[in-house]
Design a protein around this ligand. Structure first.
Ligand SMILES: Nc1ncnc2c1ncn2[C@@H]1O[C@H](COP(=O)(O)OP(=O)(O)O)[C@@H](O)[C@H]1O
Ligand SMILES: Nc1ccn([C@@H]2O[C@H](COP(=O)(O)O)[C@@H](O)[C@H]2O)c(=O)n1
Length: 531
């Protein structure tokens, strides 16, 4: 199954109802370059952990500021850096253009007559630029404005951005504001001859921004050139590196080597440490939680003969797919019935058909949604749909790096109620994965929700199976207020090497990779459910 895309999810720009990207794609570095548009999260091999075992962030995103005159080649330099990084993690090229202030009708009229000064620092909403950049640097989401050069206006939509390891902020005033400068790890100025910049600007603005040559020259002489001399060029003194506006391959090479070194220093061995965490006395034998253990926030379904019967079918290697799906759906519904007990309720009185008052309860949550960790979390979505009507369900694709076994965040499709911070703070989230083994994927998914502003005690992690010997102890210590609802606790967790499959006729091959299996377990639940 691919990412389940719910109608209640909005895509990256958030007012119209546009096309949704259904596929969780892995891009090659070449694709990345070809698609290196501004204000987009460019992914290649995914985002490795950006936090430690205590759940706290260990590194901010690496932020590069690129300033220079109009058409000096700032965007070009940003794209060259992305290309030169090769197998990059995730990158955003954030353009200062997005932060032009909202214009009045009079200002727009002046703009069409080439009589509005877009080159003065006051034309740009610097505080908004700095706060969006600060959010992205601190690994939080940001919903940035979208600006139209043809309409000379900020549009109503915003663009949702989250999860870049590298952010490149570019613009003529990118080094002008002290608050912005304080956010950069590396400051670059692109220096270019004025005649070359003018020639490039004429060519670009006629082709891409719907301008006339006469208008471009009017604007250039009146505003662009004086501003370059007075405001833009002087900011070159803040730069760590001055890059030429043409023939700059050597400078790009030096910059990307520097960035790669910085990122290597931040690399972790997160999953291995989770796997080695050792067993936790998670559920005491008598099933009475020990109040002294502050990390015990796990609810295990009562181990009735009926539940054990369901698990026996699901664990049985001989169970055929139809039966497996039926019982997995049944178990998902039981887990969800239990999980919804942890939502808040308030009193509600109703009048019954025999005209008597009944004092009952109703849900007391502004917003509730589900998020599946793909693809094994998918089977639990059916349980959620059975117990809650019309609920938005998003997804996260988290897979392990074939070589290192580290979790990598490859794709996100979150409901609107999480994308916007002010909504996320009041949203309850059911997070799904079929099992918690090393706990590394669960850890990453919880961190993503917290980055968006979801409160820890508003996250209810629902899973069929937990490995006592895995990273559950680390998970619970890092996020003690996240509730885990599960159907069984297994003792074992074994590291093994999964052989790759050779490419055959009509079938693509897969690489071998390191995996951890829960024992006795239920096997690969996603494969057994979907294949
Ligand atoms: N090093 C370069 N070599 C050749 N063309 C370039 C180079 N840098 C920029 N250009 C061209 O100049 C134009 C303006 O470049 P761009 O990067 O968009 O400028 P800026 O972002 O500074 O406004 C584009 O058409 C781009 O292809
Ligand atoms: N409505 C607008 C807004 C800005 N400009 C010009 O854009 C230039 C900055 O963008 P670059 O990509 O060239 O860095 C700036 O010099 C403004 O004059 C515009 O023409 N219309």
């Amino acid at each position: 199954m691919s990412a389940q895309v719910n109608d209640a999810l909005l895509p990256e720009t958030q007012t119209a109802r546009p096309t949704l990207s259904r596929s969780a794609t892995l891009l090659t570095a070449r694709d990345v370059l070809l698609q290196a548009k501004k204000n987009t999260v460019l992914k290649s091999h995914g985002r490795p952990p950006w936090y430690g075992e205590d759940g706290a962030r260990i590194s901010d995103a690496f932020v590069i500021g690129i300033a220079g005159g109009s058409a000096s080649g700032k965007t070009h330099v940003a794209r060259q850096i992305v290309q030169s990084l090769g197998s990059i993690p995730t990158v955003i090229i954030l353009s200062q253009d997005s932060f032009y202030k909202q214009h009045t009708p009079e200002e727009i009229e002046l703009a069409f007559a080439s009589r509005f000064d877009f080159d003065h620092p006051d034309a740009i909403d610097m505080p908004l630029f700095a706060s969006c950049l600060a959010d992205l640097k601190a690994c939080r989401q940001s919903n940035i404005p979208i600006y139209s050069f043809t309409e000379h206006q900020r549009l109503e939509e915003t663009k949702y951005l989250y999860g870049a390891t590298i952010i490149i902020a570019e613009g003529i005033m990118a080094l002008h504001d002290p608050a912005l400068r304080a956010l950069y790890d590396l400051k670059i100025f692109v220096q270019c001859d004025s005649d070359l910049m003018l020639a490039r600007r004429i060519r670009r603005d006629v082709k891409e921004r719907g301008r006339s040559v006469y208008g471009i020259l009017e604007q250039y002489l009146r505003y662009v050139k004086p501003s370059y001399d007075n405001f833009v060029l002087p900011t070159s003194r803040y730069a760590n590196i001055i890059v030429p506006g043409s023939d700059n391959a050597v400078a790009i090479d030096i910059i990307s080597t520097h960035i790669r070194r910085q990122l290597d220093e931040r690399a972790t061995r997160f999953r291995q440490r989770m796997a080695d965490a050792g067993p936790l006395d998670l559920i005491p034998k008598d099933r009475k939680p020990d109040p002294d253990k502050e990390y015990l926030n796990v609810t295990l379904l009562p181990q009735t003969p009926q539940l054990k019967g369901i698990f026996t079918v699901l664990r049985d290697l001989a169970t055929h797919r139809g039966e497996f799906v039926f019982f997995a759906d049944r178990l998902a519904t039981m887990l969800m019935e239990k999980a919804t007990e942890f939502l808040p309720y308030r009193p509600r009185a109703v009048i019954t058909p025999v005209e008597e008052e009944y004092h009952g309860q109703e849900l007391d949550a502004e917003s509730v949604c589900g998020v599946s960790i793909l693809r094994s979390g998918g089977p639990l979505e059916r349980g959620l749909r059975r117990v809650m009507n019309d609920i938005a369900i998003g997804s996260m694709l988290i897979q392990s790096d074939a070589a290192t076994g580290e979790p990598l965040l490859l794709h996100l499709q979150l409901p609107v109620s999480i994308r916007q911070r002010y909504l996320a703070e009041n949203t309850w989230v059911f997070l799904f994965d079929a099992q918690i083994g090393t706990g590394a994927a669960a850890f990453m998914a919880i961190r993503v929700l917290l980055d968006h502003g979801v409160q820890q005690d508003h996250i209810i992690f629902v899973t069929f199976l937990v490995a006592r010997a895995g990273g559950i102890a680390v998970l619970q210590r890092a996020f003690p207020r996240v509730r885990i609802v599960c159907g069984a606790v297994d003792n074992g967790l074994r590291e093994m090497w999964l052989e790759g499959v050779e490419e055959g006729e009509g079938q693509s091959g897969t690489e071998g990779r390191k995996v951890w299996v829960v024992e006795p377990g239920m096997g690969h639940i996603g494969d057994r459910y979907y294949l």
